[in-house]
Design a protein around this ligand. Sequence first.
Ligand code: NAD
Length: 344
Amino acid sequence: MSKADTPSEPLRAEYDSLVESVRRYRFAYYNEDAPLISDAEFDQLFRRLEEIEALHPELVSNDSPTQEVGGEISAVFSPVQHLSQMYSLEDVFSLDELEAWVLKAQLSAEKLAGQRLVESPLRWLTELKIDGLAVNLLYRKGTLVRAATRGDGITGEDITHNVLTIKEIPRQLKGENLPEEVEIRGEVFIASKDFAELNEQMVAAGRAPFANPRNSAAGSLRQKDPAETAKRPLSMLVHGIGARQGFEVGGQSESYALLKEWGLPTSPYFKVFSGYSEILDFIAHYGEHRHDLLHEIDGIVVKIDDFATQRALGYTSRVPRWAVAYKYPPEEVNTKLLDIQVNV
Ligand code: NAD
């Protein structure tokens, strides 16, 4: 490494302090369900960490927060190994960044298509990024045998008893020829209409209200006592398949049709497009209507629909290379509310 590549002392100090802050904020967010800063502020810190690492790749270690799926295991729940790893998503924060990401993914896929590995042209499944808590459901021969939080992506927390209190989640899948084994991934959340009511109840009971619907869902699902979880208005939507045995499907949209047939709750909002301009229209539409939906969203997820292409592109240690999350800019109204609260 040349001397010019070595980070200056102030930059090194900034980097070390960022790593420590990101770890502390992640712990508060994932383990205590009590964020210390807003998501937008966290995203800025994380982005700065990525920028410094891009300038100085020699700083990147295996336990850098950019290389890991955020989340730890609390002692309250037993640890469980996921059969296949759960991932986070790469974020983009502007339409320019999204376009660059789509072009890059398209180019990588076209290279693979040259080797006749994947479909071309690509179809893009575009859906809402549900602001909830990632959960992994394990079904054996159609029966729900285990449910776990994402944790660090490899090991999660066993929350089976709590998940069993959510009425939309079937104990038994419907249909014939059910798979030997399948992991279903999705998001547990509290519907927008239920959130305000829940916070009123918390305050009336002399407890601190939740910062946002995501934290209320996470706090509710990670209760020690399932009877407490049962009192909370939790919902779930599924958006992915992990390990599977005994069946195969061709793509994301096809898998949603199958999950629906099995009686699992799938989102009513997804669309499959072949043109980039349609993705932009989808983003603009839900940017305008984000508060008219069943649940809060913190962005839009764009996924390559075809499973063969997904497999060929694969994963980094933290995210799939075939999906991206476009995050809407933070809303001004929240900042104003925050100012008012701070000033009172
Ligand atoms: P993420 O929440 O940005 O994205 C990954 C997750 O999105 C996946 O694990 C999946 O469960 C979920 N998801 C929702 N809808 C989905 C869909 N339709 N398809 C696929 N996945 C979908 O990533 P993360 O690593 O869990 O968390 C990082 C984010 O969490 C940050 O960007 C920040 O906003 C927030 N965070 C905030 C703080 C804080 O202090 N405020 C701390 C840590 C993390």
